[in-house]
Design a protein around this ligand. Structure first.
Ligand code: NDP
Length: 279
């Protein structure tokens, strides 16, 4: 039987409606959640992401300001801007769009953000708090993934969860969030010896490799919940890391690409910015 398709777009819209109501509530109390985005250079994908973030802020009623800086901007100028935004009371969340041009130290910029305004959850303080299970800003994509899993009704407690990918922005935090919810978590990466051995055991399979269609139906446990984080452009078409056509015949539930995890990432950013405004 074909899997249930997890409609990330519809779920994101539903959450954004609820967030708009929260923003209206905050505004009635005199607080307008504000998000500042810093974009350096002309990376076309980054420009699209930033435009989408701006539009999403408008949709739910957040104040947003986008600082579009030329490629030639120095690291000092970016750090000065972050320091200004850290002090600005109407800005509750600050996001530096990655990747930054090579001459700018990404780590230095992230660490310059006040952790209480770090709505991407990339500052080491938030990373550390996530690790020890303290209140923090959870990175947006992993947070969106958990939301999708929970909304499919898939039990996480006691489940075998396999995460393919160990990046700081997706693989590691999503593994941590699953573990906090009492899944038994296995993390696979490029040196994993027998990837299929692990993926076939997964009740919950999260794939964040950045390699098109590597996970095929025969690598999936029948009935598993499969979350495909990958975004790959193949012949001008966006495809995931999972071979959707074969996987959909085996999985119990699966996210499409596009329209699965993607819309959730921005939604979770808005959620974090609203949380930051609540203080
Ligand atoms: P990274 O490139 O930082 O990490 C990829 C991970 O996959 C690494 O840990 C790597 O292992 C592992 N990997 C690569 N090849 C294999 C393999 N053959 N077998 C097993 N593991 C492998 O990517 P990100 O985590 O940043 O992103 C992953 C994908 O998700 C990308 O397609 C990206 O575009 C997408 N993405 C989508 C988002 C969304 O909103 N939908 C947001 C963020 C990312 P190793 O560590 O050993 O190198």
């Amino acid at each position: 039987m074909a899997a249930k398709i997890i409609d990330g777009k519809a779920i994101a819209e539903e959450i954004q409606k609820a967030l708009a109501a929260e923003v209206a509530d905050l505004k009635a109390k005199g607080v307008v959640p504000g998000l500042a985005v810093i974009l350096v250079g002309d990376n076309p994908a980054s420009k699209t992401y930033v435009r989408n973030k701006e539009k999403a802020c408008q949709r739910v009623g957040l104040y947003s300001e986008v600082h579009r800086l030329p490629e030639s901007t120095s690291q000092e100028e970016v750090l000065d801007l972050i320091a200004t935004l850290n002090r600005k009371p109407e800005i509750h969340g600050i996001l530096v769009q990655l990747p930054l041009p090579d001459h700018i130290d990404q780590k230095a910029c992230i660490e310059a953000i006040d952790p209480s305004k770090d709505v991407d959850g990339f500052h080491p303080v938030n990373v550390g708090r996530l690790q020890i299970g303290e209140k923090c800003f959870v990175p947006c994509t992993p947070n969106g993934i958990i939301e999708l899993i929970e909304r499919t009704g898939t039990p996480i407690k006691g489940a075998e969860a396999v995460v393919v990918g160990r990046s700081n922005i997706v693989g590691k935090p999503v593994g941590m969030l699953l573990m906090h919810r009492h899944a038994t978590v296995t993390t696979c990466h490029s040196r994993t010896r027998d990837l299929a051995f692990h993926t076939k055991r997964a009740d919950i399979l999260v794939v964040a490799m950045g390699k098109p269609k590597v996970i095929t139906g025969d690598m999936i446990k029948p009935g598993a919940t499969v979350i495909d984080v990958g975004i790959n452009s193949v012949d001008g078409k966006l495809v995931g890391d999972v071979d959707f056509d074969s996987a959909v015949e085996v999985a119990g539930a699966i996210t499409p690409v596009p329209g699965g995890v993607g819309p959730m990432t921005i939604t979770m950013l808005l959620k974090n910015a609203i949380e930051a405004a609540r203080g």
